[in-house]
Design a binder for this molecule. Structure first.
Ligand code: SAM
Length: 315
């Protein structure tokens, strides 16, 4: 995977059923009603989470690896299949399964062995979940797991993913209604296969309020060198709307050592790099961003920092 195009990237995480720790570090409301781009979306787990839980109006995930994009579409349907059914009122739903069973364990591939029972006997019923459409992310930044995993993962394994009903034009997320508006999950999320450093995708034209770049800079840097990475930062600035936010999680320089071993070209490129991740902030400021504001360490193993940058543009 010379582009960092790992398969099973999310399922192999220590707690794949939990929400992404990096997203939790961001200020509440970062994604609310926003048009979001997730560059290097891999199998779409983070993309779907932003679309389902964080109140984004539209989320596009783009990845260089077509097979990962296919997996991301499957992930979208799997996540949809497990979430609480839409409600026509603001009253909370009552789960038919206890929370222990509702904790998701979603996999896009069929299970090797069918589990006979995933619901432990005599597990006490927990609080009624709030459907995503009525969630107040600002009040509670921790995503509501029971609402996201209303049906146990065994349903997905047993019956397959559920069909997604077509969206209803004009219905807005958060309003009372069918939960089928264009800005409601899963209608608010889509994926594209492209090398985003070299190709524009149709959504780029209208621009984005928030762009998420998680664990990607190393791969672009090793392939496209200092100039290519700078061009990538310039493109990010170009497609980010004025006042928009770039959420960047660069990998540390030490992690390049292992990555360069993947191919002779990467090894050769590595020796040509002068820029270091510690210096990205300066390059980004030259490109037109304000910041970075460091949000903390939330990456895999917790070793990476997250930076929040605002697009201010030149005059
Ligand atoms: C290490 S994974 C990170 C996945 C995800 N962003 C996360 O951190 O949760 C890097 C992803 O970026 C993708 N990628 C690498 N170069 C890319 C490019 N030029 N355009 C789009 N995607 C790219 C890879 O295929 C891979 O899925």
């Amino acid at each position: 995977p010379i582009h960092g195009n790992y398969h099973g990237y999310y399922a192999k995480r220590p707690s794949p059923h939990l929400s992404d720790t990096r997203l939790r570090l961001l200020p509440a409301g970062t994604f609310t009603n926003a048009t979001v781009l997730d560059v290097g979306c891999n199998e779409g787990w983070v993309t779907c989470e932003i679309a389902q839980v964080y109140g984004a109006a539209k989320v596009v995930g783009v990845d260089i690896d077509e097979s990962l994009v296919e997996a991301a579409w499957r992930r979208r349907r799997a996540v949809w299949s497990l979430q609480a059914p839409p409600t026509t009122s603001t009253t909370t739903l009552h789960p038919t399964e206890p929370r222990a069973a509702a904790e998701p364990n979603i996999s896009d591939s069929p299970p090797k062995k069918k589990r006979k029972r995933t619901v432990p006997k005599n597990t006490p019923t927990t609080q009624a979940p709030v459907p995503p459409a009525t969630q107040q992310h600002d009040a509670d930044p921790v995503p509501d797991l029971p609402a996201r995993a209303y049906f146990p993962a065994s349903c997905l394994h047993e019956f397959g993913p559920q069909p997604i009903p077509p969206s209803i034009k004009g219905e807005v997320q958060g309003e009372r209604g069918s939960g089928r508006g264009k800005t409601a999950f899963p209608h608010n999320v889509s994926f594209r296969a492209a090398d985003w450093t070299a190709t524009d995708i149709p959504e780029d034209k209208a621009g984005y309020d928030v762009i998420v770049v998680f664990s990607l800079t190393k791969w672009i840097h090793l392939h496209a060198l200092d100039t290519g990475l700078t061009a990538f930062f310039q493109k990010l600035h170009r497609v980010l709307r004025p006042g928009g936010t770039l959420v960047l999680e660069p990998q540390p320089w030490e992690s390049y050592t292992k990555a360069r071993r993947m191919s002779p070209t990467l090894k050769e490129n590595y020796s040509k790099l002068l820029l270091r991740p510690e210096g990205f902030g300066e390059v980004l400021r030259e490109v037109g961003f304000a910041g970075p504001v460091r949000m903390g360490c939330g990456g895999e193993g917790g070793e990476y920092f997250l930076a929040l940058l605002a697009s201010v543009g030149f005059g």
